[in-house]
Design a protein around this ligand. Structure first.
Ligand code: ARG
Length: 458
């Protein structure tokens, strides 16, 4: 195919070289943004008298028609083009004739691609945020329904202290809220316009970069042209925000997988999100959670890949940078797909509170409360801790639970024990007494619910 950039070279590159060089297969996603950027550019060229007003108008009209045809499906992208920028300009010129060739005045593909990508990612972030919020809403619904259900809380995956299942789910809401914050921050630094930086050094034309930026909804313009065309920090920031988000989904996945196992049986995932085995008919596999956990590695890979691509690049644009798009597109596609599955999977998940409670009763998770009881009666905490440990050891040896020992047995360990100890080590009391702000008591869980509701209302 004839190259628009045929100048000092003939432009007749080898076919396999074309395959390596071409980016249309993935940058075709930015067709709309490319045309929108060109509309702003044409308007600016007209407003500054760089192009005659009627030429600018013709260009804008032609580009608007391209936009309409793109939306209706009438415009088919030619996959033999080198990239989306070349395709749009070629198609415009095919439709408008010579005036189409004027569009690329005071512009380069280097600032154009940086612009398109920022416009595209800005929208993608908004969509991703919506999906994160939907997952938060799903977790919140379950947290509300199960705010009083007791489960064992774990450290080192060993039963530790009783907590509310709602409290556990709300921890993920807090993580996701920070993920929203990170995505918003990314958007702030992304929303800076590179258009007008041209190839690398700016332009000799009397352009108005701020007009273009305003037309496209940017907050600022890049203040150094070399930086404007070379900066891909916004891709890295987005990839790191997405990596942290995936890490959170992966931790939740791990818990869902454990909880859905026969060993725990704290939840049942709906059939819609469970797979069977081709050989073992009894299997209910949490494949969606496993895949999300697995795909987390892939998103980290996108981040590491782009960091590595960029690390040795001299200023300004280098073709290596074409690699940015596949990394961010892949990460976004992956994250959005996982989120789209996760929200309904959480909504339809069936918690099994009786199993959680049974597990909570089994692991001496009221041993801290027993020590606290003695401490309140005047024993120093370290001594109380030791005594409580001895009582647990006795129970283990005799196959009992702390609630099952008689008062005489308790008294043989310390005269401080009285009848009221049973109320204190009741699992529900243990949970309810954790009244410190952010703790697992009902009041605190309700405060968290109200907080997340307010976040989602914004
Ligand atoms: N397809 C290219 C990219 O994605 C567009 C910029 C090309 N610039 C250049 N000087 N060849 O990076």
């Amino acid at each position: 195919m004839a190259k628009m950039w045929a100048g000092v070279t003939a432009g007749n590159t080898d076919q396999t070289a074309d395959a390596l060089n071409s980016s249309i297969a993935f940058d075709c996603r930015m067709a709309r943004q490319d045309i929108q950027g060109s509309i702003a550019h044409a308007k600016m060229l007209g407003a500054r008298g760089i192009l005659p007003a009627e030429d600018a108008e013709t260009l804008v009209k032609g580009l608007e028609e391209l936009l309409q045809d793109l939306a209706s499906g009438a415009l088919e992208i030619d996959m033999k083009s080198e990239d989306i920028h070349m395709f749009v300009e070629q198609e415009l010129t095919r439709r408008l004739g010579d005036v189409g060739k004027k569009l690329h005045t005071a512009r380069s593909r280097n600032d154009q691609v940086a612009l398109d990508l920022r416009l595209y990612l800005r929208e993608e972030i908004r969509e991703t945020e919506g999906l994160v919020r939907d997952l938060m809403a799903a977790l919140l619904e379950q947290a509300k329904a199960h705010k009083s259900d007791i489960m064992p809380g774990y450290t080192h995956l060993q039963r530790a202290q009783p907590i509310s299942f709602g409290h556990h789910l709300l921890a993920y809401c807090m993580m996701l809220q920070r993920d929203l914050g990170r995505l918003e921050d990314t958007k702030k630094r992304m929303n800076v316009s590179p258009i007008g930086c041209c190839a690398l050094a700016g332009t000799t034309y009397d352009t108005d970069r701020r007009m273009e930026a305003a037309l496209l909804g940017f907050d600022e313009i890049a203040l150094n042209s070399l930086d404007g065309v070379s900066d891909r920090d916004f891709c890295l920031e987005l990839l790191s925000a997405l990596s942290v988000l995936m890490m959170h989904l992966s931790r939740l996945s791990e818990e869902l997988i454990l909880w859905a196992s026969w060993e725990f049986k704290f939840i049942e995932l709906s059939d819609a999100y469970t797979t069977g085995s081709s050989i073992m008919p009894q299997k209910r596999n949490a494949d969606m959670a496993e895949l999300t956990r697995g795909k987390t590695g892939r998103v980290y890979g996108d981040l590491m890949g782009l960091l590595t691509t960029l690390k040795g690049l001299p200023l300004a644009y280098n073709k290596d940078m074409q690699e940015d798009k596949e990394a961010v597109f892949d990460a976004l596609d992956t994250v959005k797909l996982c989120l789209r599955v996760f929200a309904p999977m959480i909504r339809t998940m069936r918690p099994l509170p009786e199993n959680m409670l049974a597990a909570a009763r089994g692991g001496f998770i009221n041993a801290t409360d027993l020590a606290d009881y003695l401490t309140r009666k005047g024993l120093p905490f370290r001594s109380a801790y030791k005594l409580s440990g001895q009582l647990v050891a006795k129970c283990m040896a005799e196959g009992k639970v702390l609630e099952g020992l008689s008062l005489e047995e308790y008294k043989s360990f310390s005269p401080l024990f009285e009848e009221d100890l049973y109320r204190e080590i009741d699992i529900r009391t243990c949970m309810e007494k954790r009244i410190s702000e952010g703790g697992t008591s009902l009041k605190s869980v309700e405060a968290q619910i109200a907080y997340i509701e307010a976040v989602l209302d914004q």
